[in-house]
Design a binder for this molecule. Structure first.
Ligand SMILES: Cc1ncc(COP(=O)(O)O)c(C=O)c1O
Length: 412
């Protein structure tokens, strides 16, 4: 077992929110799959932008506008570098959800037709289900679900069958489940899909923040993720696609900045990625995202992954020893992220989350925007604890002790 070299105790000092008390207790934040906390450097970069550089970008020639444009484009470069692609292949959106909708709108409506299949899995977040349902209703494409086994692993045989029989024309999969933590063998899937000329969209909302993701090695056609799940601000998402693919895609929205020339009855569009960034973008938060990338790179994504394997192994060992507790998803931390979903006898997840909150512990309860998965697990909801760089084993002990206390309160 590799040992973590991330010093969470030291890192916590970089996050102002950990000074806050919840019900008189220190905050134990275990809802990182939902959104992460922000370090001073990210917060400062945003206030710094508004204090010293605020202006619109890509338009004016005065100094402020040039500085703001430079900062915005530097963030694009940092993000491109982080996943090993070219800056012009990075499109800024609002979030992962918008990135997937952009692909469904702009790529799929041109490249797919009635009866074409789209392979997704029972692990998906609603944002990788609903856009494809809307598309199916509008143009008649079909959804093909790939199931999971009792450990939360994808039915690869079924997926390969769908690909090799050409029943699907797009594969769109979550790289890491936001409920079970399952890490999907995405490189293998992409290789098989490409051998059959089928493009692959990777929902990296949970993987990009928590493990090294190198697009050149992965060779996916699309990768989507959100800044707010990786120490960055809300309101910034990323769509990566190969430049040639972006160039052939029709725009998602029309308006300022996405144009080269506008005539009375037609428009020549701007080059990529600007063709997909209509209107004034979320400039300050994109700059803040750049600061988050700097912070993550300083720690190192390999180290972050090791830290989370370590925490997940520790947490799983503790909670699997408890009675009346069902843990969902893979048992081996090497095949999963730091996301643990569970249920305790008939304690409702909302009741457990309320008891946790009394102790200053933030966990998520509910369906986690994955109702298809809840239906597969045959439960209405689960409790979920998810980790990040600032979480410690001591916090996991508090979390496990509070599960025990809930057991005593509910007399199980
Ligand atoms: C796997 C996965 N995909 C997509 C999303 C949607 O992300 P956002 O709400 O930032 O659009 C999430 C958010 O939890 C997620 O976990």
């Amino acid at each position: 077992m590799q040992r973590s070299i991330v010093n969470s105790y030291e890192l916590r000092n970089d996050f102002p929110i950990f000074k806050k008390k919840i019900n008189g207790k220190e905050l134990v934040y275990l809802d990182n799959a939902s959104t992460t906390q922000k370090p001073y450097t990210v917060i400062k970069s945003i206030t710094d932008f508004y204090s010293n550089y605020n202006s619109n970008i890509h338009r004016a020639v005065y100094q402020l506008a040039e500085e703001a444009t430079t900062l915005y484009e530097q963030s694009r470069e940092k993000i491109a570098n982080f996943i090993n692609v070219r800056p012009e292949e990075i499109v800024f959106t609002r979030n992962t959800t918008e990135s997937i909708n952009l692909i469904a709108h702009s790529w799929a409506r041109t490249n797919l037709k009635k009866d074409d299949g789209i392979a997704i899995s029972e692990l998906e977040h609603h944002s990788n289900i609903v856009p494809w349902q809307i598309l199916s209703q509008e143009i008649g494409t079909r959804l093909e679900y790939v199931g999971i086994d009792e450990n939360g692993f994808l039915d690869l045989e079924h997926l390969i069958e769908l690909i090799s029989s050409k029943k699907v024309k797009l594969v769109s999969l979550s790289h890491m489940s936001n409920v079970l933590g399952t890490i999907v063998p995405i490189e293998r899937i992409i290789k098989i899909a490409h051998e059959n000329d089928i493009p692959v969209l990777v929902d990296g909302a949970q993987s990009v923040p928590h493990m090294p993701v190198n697009v050149k090695n992965m060779d996916c056609d699309f990768l989507v993720f959100s800044a707010h799940k990786m120490l960055g601000p809300t309101g910034v998402g990323v769509l990566y696609a190969k430049k040639e693919v972006l160039e052939k895609m029709r725009p998602f929205m029309g308006g300022g900045d996405m144009i080269k020339e506008v005539f009375k009855f037609h428009t020549n569009y701007n080059e990529v990625p600007y063709k997909f960034e209509a209107g004034t973008p979320n400039i300050a938060d994109v700059v803040g995202f750049g600061a988050a990338i700097d912070y993550l790179k300083k720690i190192g994504m390999e180290n972050i992954r090791k830290h989370e394997i370590d925490l997940t192994e520790y947490a799983l060992e503790s909670i699997l020893s408890l009675n009346h507790l069902t843990v969902y998803g893979p048992r081996d931390p090497n095949y999963r992220g730091g996301v643990i979903s569970f249920n305790i006898a008939d304690i409702h997840p909302h009741d457990l989350a309320t008891i946790m909150n009394d102790h200053g512990i933030a966990i998520r309860s509910g369906h986690h925007c994955a109702q298809v998965l809840m239906q597969r697990l045959d439960v209405p909801a689960t409790s979920r604890a998810s980790f990040y760089i600032y979480n410690t084993k001591e916090e996991i002990d508090k979390f496990v002790n509070t599960i025990k206390e809930a057991g005593r309160i509910f007399k199980i």
